[in-house]
Design a protein around this ligand. Structure first.
Ligand code: G3I
Length: 322
């Protein structure tokens, strides 16, 4: 049994972020991706800076490779991500464009990208991380230069470019009851009320095991949060699940991590509108964590040798239990 077979039996998409270099060079990695998952998300390959490094010069090869792999292996693709303050090409982020030029460039980027993959990318993270921790809109290049209407615009451009794609807003630290979750809830509610074409809400779900064993494990409110947003009439998804550990790794931390993975699977399964559960890397061999969060790592279901950790086993059993 694999994650893929147990998820498919529950009508759920289980996915992984794809490291484009590993996809090219690592056979063992490719096999895991193929057998364990029925959904993939390019970890970086579709970010604007990677697909249009110079204005009008498109470099689709790495994104195409992920999409072709998915087609060969009958996997869904979650496109990530169209509008973000990160991963931008220098010609966009360096402030050289006027407001009008910037807006035109963003529209062109959304339309070109969505049209290219129409029919092949089923779901788009249209806007990513647009909220600040206090629940107000993030002070990003997009808010400052285009005003708050950029969010509704992006969804409308994406819908027109591929009417069949499901369009998501995606964010982190909104998995529990806090001001950011309230801001996200109000934003989605208002966008829906205005007829903006938004189909789903993605919860990134980057979790960690706290240093002290006396701290409660995270994700206790994931299920109720998914349910809350489903009440707005949208799909929900866990889009970037990982559970980082304070290094060094020890058995009790690995066990706690396994419990958190199981919890995430159970939460998604318990909510009818939770349609997919994606890991932000399947393996510790390729991980954004150690370089971005020094002193932390081992965040993923497979270890550096692609062997199954307790996290994998608990995740798989969480996808089976009722
Ligand atoms: O490809 C270059 C390589 O040529 C160069 O030698 C190297 C030196 O720094 O950089 C490489 O690019 C890096 C890329 O990852 C591939 O490893 C970028 O610098 C680095 O910024 C990039 O980090 C990614 C990050 O987003 C920023 O785009 C992470 O892999 C990726 O996991 C992370 O993913 C984000 C989601 O998109 C949104 N939610 C949070 C999540 C984690 O931060």
């Amino acid at each position: 049994e694999t994650l893929r077979t147990v998820a498919a039996a529950r009508n759920l998409r289980v996915g992984a972020a794809v490291n484009d270099r590993a996809l090219e060079t690592d056979n063992g990695y490719r096999d895991k991706l193929k057998y364990e998952f029925n959904s993939v998300t390019p970890e970086n390959a579709m970010k604007w800076g990677n697909v249009e490094p110079e204005p009008g010069v498109h470099t689709w090869a790495k994104a195409d490779a992920v999409v072709s792999f998915a087609q060969e292996n009958n996997q869904m693709v979650r496109g990530h991500t169209l509008v973000w303050h990160g991963g931008l090409p220098t010609w966009v982020s360096d402030g050289s464009l006027s407001d009008q030029e910037l807006r035109a460039a963003l529209q062109r980027h959304v339309e070109t990208t969505v049209k290219r993959y129409a029919g092949r990318v089923a779901v788009w993270d249209v806007v990513n991380e647009v909220l600040a921790e206090d629940g107000t809109l993030r002070q990003s290049i997009w808010l400052r230069r285009l005003g708050p209407g950029y969010i509704a615009d992006a969804f409308r451009w994406a819908r027109a470019a591929d009417p069949s794609a499901k369009l998501y807003i995606n964010d982190y630290n909104a998995e529990w009851n806090n001001p950011k979750r309230a801001g996200l809830y109000n934003l989605v509610r208002d966008l829906r009320a205005q007829g903006v074409p938004i189909d789903g809400v993605g919860f990134q779900t980057h979790a960690m095991i706290k240093e002290s064993a006396s701290e409660p494990l995270p994700l206790t409110q994931l299920r109720s949060t998914l349910q809350l947003f489903a009440g707005l009439g949208v799909d929900v998804a866990v889009t970037e699940l990982d559970v980082r550990l304070k290094l060094p790794v020890d058995e009790s931390r690995l066990a706690a991590q396994g419990e958190v993975y199981r919890r995430a699977a159970e939460a998604c399964l318990a909510v009818a509108r939770c349609v997919s559960l994606t890991m932000w890397s399947l393996t510790d061999r390729y991980s954004w964590v150690p370089s971005s969060v020094p002193g932390w790592g081992a965040a993923h279901p497979l270890d550096e040798n692609l062997a199954k950790k307790p996290a994998y086993l608990r995740l798989r059993s969480g996808l089976k239990d009722r």
